[in-house]
Design a protein around this ligand. Structure first.
Ligand SMILES: Cc1cc2nc3c(=O)[nH]c(=O)nc-3n(C[C@H](O)[C@H](O)[C@H](O)COP(=O)(O)OP(=O)(O)OC[C@H]3O[C@@H](n4cnc5c(N)ncnc54)[C@H](O)[C@@H]3O)c2cc1C
Length: 450
């Protein structure tokens, strides 16, 4: 396998001096993943006496908390993504490599990528997570995920196409299936998506498709347990449930899904629902890279790590964010798969790497919990932070503010703010275009229907 590290590790220094890159003597920190955790680690290491190389399969950082707005035609995909190089070029010691990581040779301290091997002195694994279909191949094949920009764009194309198909469909039963939108999973992502579906239909599709009775459109949120937003206090769960129901979302609790087939969802109680759109938001598990490493895994195929964030027996390898399984959030409970955990782990891993280079002891991970929030729709959200619980408009404004501030890049903030203001005042969604990822099958099917 080709070794590519000399070409990339010193690119910055060499470019600055107008020279060809040459190997360097400083410790090399390789970070796999340009997500919340990986970039936090790179930021913490900026200007330290190490060389940093971030490897990612895409050339951008994705802001996943706003992904559901891409899927429901509220935001352009570009407004929630930011080029990784544009972030990293601020740090003089950092560089970027666009590559898919397939494994790690821990003995030789080499990251195995599809463009060659990259050697490291310290490694930070931050490859995030993927949708958990709990081993059900039918569910995986016949439901839609929402984990990255491609999937969100595919979902948007699919929803818009369902309305186009329904407008041309004479059979009422088939039309009803085309206008049935099911979200499986009552966590924050499921709640946000179900609320956004409802608003898209009530505010926008109603006007776009006057020939369709949009009262026929059915948005359903399906949850296997007896509660939605299970990690929130009960009063906020109740507020969210009431709000969703007022918005016309059919919330079904205690309804575990058994299976799926094309155009239908099957429940454990033996009933079946005809639906062209089923979004699977019922769980996440560590990115497939975790399983490829041959290390001990915990729940959700996440990698078991030490409190110092290192891999057991590998003090030079750190695992952070969604990929990492570390108990301590509550007794016997692992830290949740959320952005603040990934960011704080990234920072702590970086500090521990620097401690090791200085031969200082490593510190265990301590989480500062800033609380949690979820938006349900226009002027409606729930917020639980620092002992304060909020619902309605104040929580919604808090949600908007936090997400706008956390978004990377000034241009993205402006784009998102303009889109939000436009939607708020006009009740419209600007991005109702069927194009790009997943658009071709949709167009072909449209031809068949007609
Ligand atoms: C739809 C959705 C909504 C969410 N909403 C919220 C929210 O409101 N609040 C919140 O706190 N959290 C939210 N989360 C969770 C949050 O996004 C994650 O906890 C966080 O992104 C984890 O950070 P990470 O660095 O571990 O992984 P990520 O941020 O996912 O980054 C992982 C990176 O690794 C790259 N990668 C993966 N595999 C490979 C490979 N083999 N080779 C190369 N590169 C690879 C990916 O392309 C990605 O860039 C949401 C997640 C989703 C999907």
């Amino acid at each position: 396998m080709k070794t590519i590290i000399p070409a990339v590790q010193d690119a910055h220094t060499a470019r600055r001096n107008g020279m060809r890159p040459e190997p360097r003597k400083r410790p090399r920190v390789v970070i796999v993943g340009a997500g919340f955790g990986g970039l936090a680690a790179a930021r913490e290491l900026a200007h330290a006496d190490v060389d940093v190389l971030v490897i990612n399969r895409t050339n951008y950082h994705g802001f996943w908390p706003l992904l559901y707005q891409v899927a429901t035609a509220g935001l352009e995909p570009e407004s929630i993504a930011y080029p990784a190089r544009a972030i990293l070029r601020r740090y003089r010691n950092a560089d970027f490599l666009l590559a898919e990581v397939g494994g790690v040779d821990f003995e030789r301290r080499a990251v195995l990528t599809d463009v060659g091997e990259v050697t490291y002195d310290y490694l930070v694994l931050a490859a995030g997570s993927t949708t958990n279909f709990f081993g059900n191949a039918h569910v995986e094949a016949h439901t839609l995920g929402m984990k990255d920009l491609d999937e969100a764009q595919r979902l948007r194309n699919h929803i818009l196409a369902c309305f186009e198909h329904a407008a041309a469909e004479p059979d009422p039963a088939r039309r009803a299936a085309m206008l049935t939108f099911v979200v499986v999973g009552g966590g924050p992502t499921g709640v946000e998506l179900a609320g956004a579906f409802s608003e898209l239909i009530r505010h926008v599709m109603r006007k776009d498709y006057p020939m369709l009775d949009v009262n026929q459109a059915h948005v359903m949120l399906v949850e296997a347990t007896d509660r939605i937003l299970a990690t929130f206090p009960e009063s906020l769960q109740h507020a969210a449930l009431q709000r969703l129901e007022r918005m016309g979302v059919d919330v079904r609790r205690n309804v575990p899904v058994a299976d799926a087939r094309p155009g239908a969802l099957l429940f454990k109680d033996g009933t079946e629902l005809a639906a062209e759109t089923v979004v699977w938001a019922a769980g996440v598990r560590a990115a497939p890279l975790a399983e490829a490493l041959g290390v001990a895994l915990g729940r959700g195929a996440r990698i078991k790590i030490e409190p110092t964030l290192t891999l057991p027996g590998r003090p030079d390898v750190f695992v952070i964010g969604d990929m990492a399984y570390l108990e301590g959030y509550r007794p016997g409970v692992a830290y949740p798969m959320v952005a603040p955990v990934a960011i704080q782990m990234g920072e702590q891993a970086a500090r521990n790497i620097l401690a090791r280079t200085r031969r200082n002891p490593l510190k265990p991970f301590r989480y500062f919990d800033k609380g949690q929030m979820a938006t349900i729709g226009r002027s409606a959200a729930v917020l639980d932070a620092f002992g304060v619980q909020m619902t309605g408009w104040p929580a919604w404004v808090g949600w908007l503010f936090v997400h706008l501030m956390e978004l990377v890049g000034f241009r993205n903030r402006v784009l998102v703010l303009l889109n939000w203001a436009y939607s708020y005042f006009t009740y419209d969604r600007g991005v109702r275009l069927i194009f790009g990822v997943g658009a071709e099958p949709v167009k072909q099917r449209l031809v068949t229907v007609r």
